[in-house]
Design a binder for this molecule. Structure first.
Ligand SMILES: [Zn+2]
Length: 321
């Protein structure tokens, strides 16, 4: 799975009204008027809590990326309908994803500029995506039609991976916004920087999980489901900026082992063996039962080995050193 973001493309300003309005949630009817499902609505049910959602709003020359938010829950089916469903009133069921933490770009990033400034890369990206196998192919928000880049009509919720996000939010934007606005320049670049950091973290997390074959690397841990796994940092980014984004600074851990590692219940030796903090572990029954028996056992290694510098940072932070 290489998706980093979802992209909501909303043409109408009201879009649902009330708690269903723009940036409060994503929603769509569950089916078209003819009863058929629609690929860019089905995507709502694939959204997981914590996923990032970019917002593209408006039509024609006014269409612009205006900010991003975070999914508050997994996508779900509901019999409730929006206060103002507009032309989607016919539906008896809807898909919905509540959102939180909306971040507005003070300066909208206009789609016409994105298309004009990145024409070559967007075409190249589109053609690469088209040639992929259907399982890895992303459902994109744009097409090449009559030899022009155009929004795909009805692509309400599409997928954006790191590569595409970087094309869209490349350097063009920060240069251009600095030139165009003075007062809001700082906050705009901050918002974009925040987004870039998220893109970077997402990419890091994916690479780390991939390095460990998408399975928790704690000895004998069987957890291999994407949603229960994290690409964890060994050294925190604040402590070791030089290790930022390096796969050797990551471990693929399940949620429990990530928590325990993060809190210093255990660390990993230079020989990649589990070392227990007996004081902490003594205070938790779970840790006593589930961590202690693995003292001295080796973690499952990936292709890229954990960096010794990163481990040193973890030992210092969690008082193993
Ligand atoms: Zn685990």
């Amino acid at each position: 799975m290489s998706r980093a973001f979802w992209l909501e493309m909303s043409r109408d300003e009201i879009h649902g009204g009330g708690g269903w309005s723009f940036t409060k949630c994503l929603w769509s009817p569950a089916y078209k008027t003819n009863g058929q499902s629609w690929a860019f609505w089905n995507t709502l049910l694939e959204v997981k809590e914590g996923d990032q959602v970019l917002h593209l709003r408006g039509i024609g020359n006014a269409a612009a990326f205006i900010g991003y938010s975070t999914a508050e829950l997994d996508g779900y089916v509901t019999d409730e309908s929006p206060p103002d469903p507009g032309i989607w009133e016919y539906a008896k069921q809807y898909y919905r994803v509540p959102l939180r933490d909306f971040i507005l770009f003070p300066q909208p990033l206009y789609l016409v500029d994105v298309f004009a400034n990145n024409d070559f890369h967007l075409r190249e990206y589109f053609n690469q995506n088209r040639s992929k196998l259907s399982q890895t192919k992303l459902r994109l928000f744009y097409v090449i039609q009559a030899d022009r880049l155009q929004c795909l009509n009805g692509a309400y919720l599409s997928e954006v991976d790191v590569e595409l996000a970087e094309i869209i939010f490349g350097n063009d934007f920060s240069d251009r916004s600095t030139a165009e606005i003075t007062v809001k320049e700082v906050t705009t670049s901050e918002a974009i920087r925040g987004l870039r950091t998220r893109i970077g973290q997402q990419e890091f997390s994916e690479e780390v999980r991939h390095n460990y074959g998408n399975k928790c690397c704690f000895p004998d841990c069987e957890i291999a489901e994407d949603r229960f796994l994290v690409g964890a940092h060994i050294a925190r980014w604040v402590d070791a900026p030089e290790l930022r984004g390096k796969v050797s600074n990551g471990l693929c851990l399940c949620l429990m082992h990530d928590k325990a590692f993060e809190a210093g219940y255990f660390t990993i030796s230079e020989e990649y063996e589990i070392v227990i903090n007996s004081e902490l572990v003594g205070m938790s029954r779970w840790a006593r039962d589930k961590l202690l028996p693995f003292e001295g056992k080796k973690i499952r290694l990936g292709k890229v080995l954990p960096s010794k510098d990163a481990l040193l940072h973890h030992w210092i932070r969690t008082k193993f050193y």
